[in-house]
Ligand binder design. Structure first.
Ligand code: MG
Length: 170
């Protein structure tokens, strides 16, 4: 169980994931969570850091799509308006296999050379694993302070401990 939910890679921030790392590991496509992975909930538009990282991916032929659980369609639309990537809101991760496969087909990508990146084990990481793809975990930028989130993070703890007992931060 601990192994099943462990991510394949862990990075301290999204922009520590380099094109070089992706190429070395045969990852040609990234499926990206938005909230708390790329930007805090309150940040409606991508900032310079996000845009420059995404441009670097694009310039190097790495495809990407946004797969968000945010139930406000506007959130995803606005975040993506100057980027124009395949983008899906309200995608019900971890039960997002249909959406994920649709995004992959839009990008002419396959599960073997794709990875799912996000900040939540039982949402993002599980969604990627259910589709048989590799997964990359990043810590949340800033968690919402509510009991539901605290509970989710508490559930994640044994898995993180397990991961770090075998790996160091990439
Ligand atoms: Mg998130």
């Amino acid at each position: 169980m601990l192994d099943y939910f462990s991510p394949d890679y862990y990075f301290e921030r999204f922009d520590k994931i380099s094109v070089e790392f992706l190429k070395k590991n045969g990852i040609k496509t990234l499926l990206l969570d938005i909230d708390n992975t790329l930007a805090p909930y309150q940040q409606a538009e991508p900032d310079e850091q996000i845009l420059s990282w995404l441009n670097d991916l694009k310039d190097n032929g790495i495809g990407f799509a946004f797969i968000s659980n945010n139930t406000s369609g506007m959130r995803v639309k606005r975040f993506n308006q100057n980027i124009g990537a395949p983008a899906y809101g309200d995608s019900c991760k971890p039960f997002a296999s249909k959406t994920i496969l649709r995004a992959l087909s839009e990008l002419s990508a396959d599960v073997e050379t794709s990875a799912f990146m996000g900040d939540q084990i039982f949402t993002d990481i599980w969604a990627g694993k259910r589709c048989g793809m590799r997964t990359i975990l990043v810590p949340p930028i800033k968690d919402l302070k509510n009991p539901f989130f605290r509970f989710k993070r508490w559930l994640e703890k044994p898995i993180l401990n397990h991961y770090f007992s075998k790996n160091s931060i990439t």
